[in-house]
Write a protein that binds this ligand. Structure first.
Ligand SMILES: Nc1ncnc2c1ncn2[C@@H]1O[C@H](COP(=O)(O)OP(=O)(O)O)[C@@H](O)[C@H]1O
Ligand SMILES: [Mg+2]
Length: 271
């Protein structure tokens, strides 16, 4: 049985997609089987792992029910993925049925064609909104993981996400829990004890943890994404195959990612 995580925050640019990709690749390197689901019509996660999202089955067809979750899966060096493209944006208007919030949950857990039994982890990358796609992701998930940036506005936006979380718990998924809040893109020099404290206060209010690990800002993640590789493979090929210099700051960033994967795996979760 998979543990299913929705990575959500209605704010854009807080590293939902980056965290999904890096966590998936890190878990796979530890020997876990990992499926990622691109739930964002922008398709950034699909691009970051070089999934084919123009002529292949995508999340749109899965949500429509014309293709099964299993049929839409692609295998990449970083992780398995159900990709998405801009057409997915239309799904919010196209699903009319009662219980439309349950669509993804039902597709993943379908006895014949569902894949929830087949992976150790399923990570769902949510769009930057609290609409039907995010509600579907939260309804399908066991846990909510909240990436946020170390800045005041990002921290304060979490309370809206918390309202959505509470209503999903009330109506469509009572078992949903918050796994934690992840501080990303931090600038160590300016941090920001105030932000750390604010984030902890907000997490506290939600009854959630802030992960011990924080992910600092570094350009190497952008370089890796530009060549559609995960950062672990990218740094290895840069240092070893190409013999290029990797800065200490970049190594520190990759260590943050490794530490987060470790913390994520070790975090005790009640079954
Ligand atoms: N730790 C980091 N350091 C530097 N840039 C980052 C980091 N994490 C994410 N980014 C960049 O920030 C931008 C937004 O990240 P992304 O993961 O797409 O956010 P979201 O999915 O929440 O919109 C991307 O250009 C990404 O490359
Ligand atoms: Mg994104």
């Amino acid at each position: 049985m998979s543990a299913i995580f929705a990575l959500a925050n209605q704010k854009g640019g807080v590293a939902k997609t980056t965290t999904t990709g890096t966590l998936a690749a890190g878990l796979k390197k530890q020997g876990f089987s990992v499926l990622t689901i691109d739930c964002d019509p922008q398709g950034n996660l699909s691009m970051s792992v070089a999934a084919e999202n123009q002529d292949s089955a995508t999340m749109y067809e899965v949500m429509k029910g014309t293709v099964s979750a299993r049929e839409a899966i692609q295998h990449t060096p970083s992780c398995d993925i159900i990709p998405a493209n801009t057409i997915l944006a239309g799904i919010e208007q196209e699903l009319h049925n009662v219980g439309k919030e349950m669509t993804l949950r039902e597709k993943l857990r379908d006895e014949q064609t569902g894949v929830a039994e087949e992976y150790d982890y399923i990570l769902i990358d949510c769009p930057p909104s609290l609409g039907l796609l995010t509600v579907n992701a939260l309804t399908a998930a066991d846990y909510l993981l909240i990436p946020t940036m170390a800045e005041t506005f990002a921290a304060s936006g979490i309370t809206q996400l918390y309202d959505t979380y509470k209503s999903v718990k009330k109506y469509t998924n009572p078992a949903l829990r918050i796994d934690g809040v992840l501080l990303t893109r931090t600038e160590r020099t300016r941090v920001t004890k105030t932000i750390q404290e604010l984030t902890e206060k907000i997490a506290d209010y939600m009854g959630a943890d802030v992960y011990r690990t924080t992910i600092r800002s570094n350009v190497i993640i952008k370089e890796a994404q530009a060549v559609q590789e995960n950062v672990f493979d990218y740094i290895e090929s840069k240092a070893q195959t190409k013999g290029e210099r990797v800065s200490e700051a970049s190594r520190n960033f990759v260590n943050d990612c490794l530490n987060f994967v470790k913390e994520f795996v070790e975090k005790e979760r009640e079954q």
